[in-house]
Design a protein around this ligand. Sequence first.
Ligand code: ADP
Ligand code: MG
Length: 627
Amino acid sequence: MALLQISEPGLSAAPHQHRLAVGIDLGTTNSLVATVRSGISTVLNDEQGCALLPSVVHYAADGEVLVGQMAQEEQSAYPHNTIVSVKRFMGRGLKDVGDVSNLPYRFVEATGSAQAPGMLQLRTAAGVKSPVEVSAEILRVLRLRAEQALGGELVGAVITVPAYFDDAQRQATKDAARLAGLNVLRLLNEPTAAAIAYGLDNAAEGVYAVYDLGGGTFDISILRLSRGVFEVLATNGDSALGGDDFDHRIYCRLLEKNGLSALPAPDIRALLTHARAAKEQLTDHLEARVTAVLSSGEVIDNVLTRAEFHEMSQNLVQRTLQALRKALRDAKLAASEVKGVVMVGGATRMPHIQQAVGDFFGQSPLNNLDPDKVVALGAAIQANVLAGNRSGDDWLLLDVIPLSLGIETMGGLVEKIVPRNSTIPSARAQEFTTYKDGQTAMSIHVVQGERELVSDCRSLAKFELRGIPAMVAGSARIRVTFQIDADGLLSVSAREMASGTEASIVVKPSYGLSDEEITRMLHDSNQYARDDMMARALREQQTEAAQLLEAVDNALRQDGEELLDAAAQARIRGSMDGLRAVIAGSDHQAIKRAVEALNLASTEFAQKRMDKSVKSALAGHKLSELE
Ligand code: ADP
Ligand code: MG
């Protein structure tokens, strides 16, 4: 029985005013495109009826470019001209991706001005390609698919990215979309998109977990929904754990069963493909049979049971639960406080994953939408709102930044301005001041990380604010504002409040951090928290002491003879020597005492100078000139 679909009031726009917009899940393994039609989010299929486009691009020597299934078929014959999992390289330098020795590609580092130097590129039969260009090929196919299905040009697209993607990775994704002829309405975090697809934005307020096991990556996100707004409380995961690892377990078992060891590359690929098919079959069946003929002529014919498969891959499942525990710990929540669990990624179809996640949370996960489509479906809903097809008043979506952002202050210390896990978009400002009398320029150094010392954090950008009016140290007011837009891109500006002089910079780091690095930086910051605190106290004390010494020294040279007798001058100089003797040491208490002693010794002198400067300022001026 067919039912007529009636959309909610306000959900369906009249056809002539409906603006075509899509949501795109640009996945590591598979990509797909969805749109909202008659108020319902739907995935758009290709001509063969397939929704999933394998994220694979093949470059042939004659310049032909194949994308998707057809590209995948070339993989074993032309491994270095067939790019898989390009998402891992987005916005990354060679240094960031770690060990590439087991990848078949010919990597080169970008030089020249068109590409950010240090970014990784791939040498293919069709020339050197950047990950942005490779991703653009995938996006272009999806754009054409959508335009054909919807019969018109798109006003824009929402593209999803992992919640942990940094600035460089987000920027690279945007660049790829633009190159593919797409207008990016917004980048959206994948877990947030999945939650939207389940309509959780209209559900009860509370904490939700999104468990995303894709082909090669695992991401866990803890979201809080309040007043219709999602906030990412924490993210965790493993960028080297996914459905592929389960394939690999089956592959190893096949080698074992047949007494095989080293195989030629094409056999490895072929057997892995069989392994993946067996894995997927075991989701709905208790047994899977693998039959294959190796290039040596040897025949493989084995039956695998589901029980056997679950047993051999149980520790992979456990690894996902470890990351899950860490994310909950970061969010300071117990599993029982999670209201609902969303399953994302094709690999979550496996029954032992469903079982383990259900047991962990003590509730059945939400899984009635296709786990490999939910992200695209949610992105389409968001795109529909942003394109103006629905009122979007209650659609403010919040994501978080993975590492704190701040600036360098005197003594090589970090002042955090936006703390880690702050929701975005966001803008925060803090006031700073000059260190020296008459200082007219200030160097702003933007850093990322959790540690107290600049040398332990990552440098993102440097710029200078010039034209600060000359004033006494400590009296200029420089307001530094950090702004992170909805896509997670950072801009920093500094403004001198009296004169209005301003300088700013958009931070577009040449390449990003890997999640391992983020994890390491967070780990270090916990481990070294006490050391850092001590180091910070010492540096602060030293900076203050050096500043005081310089100020007193200047003052003595200018006014010492005039305002003080010899004994008073000697007393001050004695205290200065006392401070100089301890300033370079590591005893911050001793420095503090010496600073106090010098302050005390010079109080009277400071008072006399103040009187003198007020008198000289007033002399020869009309009162009206003094503002
Ligand atoms: P990504 O987010 O990395 O692009 P997907 O969400 O498309 O990846 O997930 C791809 C993974 O899902 C592959 O490892 C694939 O084998 C696995 N998968 C798809 N369907 C099933 C199934 N029925 N049973 C088990 N695994 C599946
Ligand atoms: Mg995915």
